[in-house]
Ligand binder design. Structure first.
Ligand code: IPD
Length: 269
């Protein structure tokens, strides 16, 4: 049987702290683009790879039988086992910010048991802020319990979002933003989905949505958001997923959801 969520979180925090320290050090030494992925602006740095390798090695030592899913190396050679633990790692979420030295990028590490994320940590590489959550155990930042915004009026809500790398998708996402912005306080595009979800968890933005996220972008952050009281889901009753992740306080979820349906936010390329 899988360990308790708090035991998995303890491992996640230890591994994520070391990983963030490596990312920080490599940034100070200077980073450049090592490769591109889906498009010329979807970049990988040497640090993305080194940090994920470090996380995989640490997990293999601590939890040799667990499966992993990582942004850079995929599932590696550790297949998922029924009833077992799967770790989901984004070595550097906000790679473009990392490349430019903007202090909004994070290591994200989540533990999933039977397909359900039960523990997660997001650590800002630049500032050292750290958000954690366990299923049913609440969301925390640096020892303080988190609660989402109590805003009830979409017109007063600060809404974060992000854009994918595919040009067609970006064009569609920009059209959605153009039509949403008159109906909200403002929009933020900060550049790291995991951190956006953590900001929503403490009401530093009121809500967040994005199309096209991968599991590693959102696994840990979505648990932090949900444990802080946000409703995290997709459109039309679907669970949050690649089509759309919407994270909003219960009173804002309906109005934001309906706008996003009208704007076909989960559609397009
Ligand atoms: C990206 C960031 C960005 C979001 C993109 C993600 P990466 O992750 O989270 O904010 O808008 O959808 O792909 O590439 O920096 O790990």
């Amino acid at each position: 049987t899988a360990p308790a969520p708090r035991d998995l979180l303890e491992i996640a925090v230890t591994v994520a702290r070391d990983a963030a320290a490596t990312a920080y050090r490599m940034r100070a030494e200077g980073v450049s683009v090592a490769a591109t992925k889906s498009t010329v602006t979807d970049v990988v740095t040497a640090a993305d790879r080194a940090v994920e390798r470090q996380v995989l090695d640490a997990l293999r030592q601590l939890r040799p039988d667990d499966a992993v899913l990582g942004e850079e190396y995929g599932a590696g050679d550790t297949p998922a086992v029924a009833g077992g633990v799967r770790w989901i790692v984004d070595p550097i979420d906000g790679t473009v910010n990392y490349l430019y030295g903007l202090p909004y990028c994070a290591v994200s590490l989540a533990a999933e048991v039977d397909g359900e994320v039960v523990a997660g940590v997001v650590r800002n590489v630049a500032t050292g802020e750290e958000w954690t959550a366990t299923a049913g155990g609440g969301a925390w930042r640096d020892g303080a319990r988190l609660r989402c915004s109590t805003e009830t009026d979409l017109g007063q809500a600060l809404v974060a979002t992000g854009f994918g790398y595919d040009p067609g998708r970006r064009a569609h996402q920009a059209r959605v933003v153009a039509h949403l912005i008159p109906h909200v306080r403002d929009i933020r595009r900060l550049g790291a989905a995991a951190l956006d979800l953590c900001l929503a968890a403490e009401g530093r933005v009121d809500a967040y949505y994005e199309k096209g996220l991968a599991a590693w972008d959102q696994a840990a952050g979505a648990l932090v958001a949900a444990e802080a009281g946000l409703r995290v889901a997709g459109l039309r009753g679907l669970p949050a997923g690649p089509d759309l992740v919407v994270a909003a306080p219960p009173a804002l979820f309906g109005p934001l959801h309906d706008r996003l349906v009208d704007l076909d936010a989960s559609g397009g390329p």
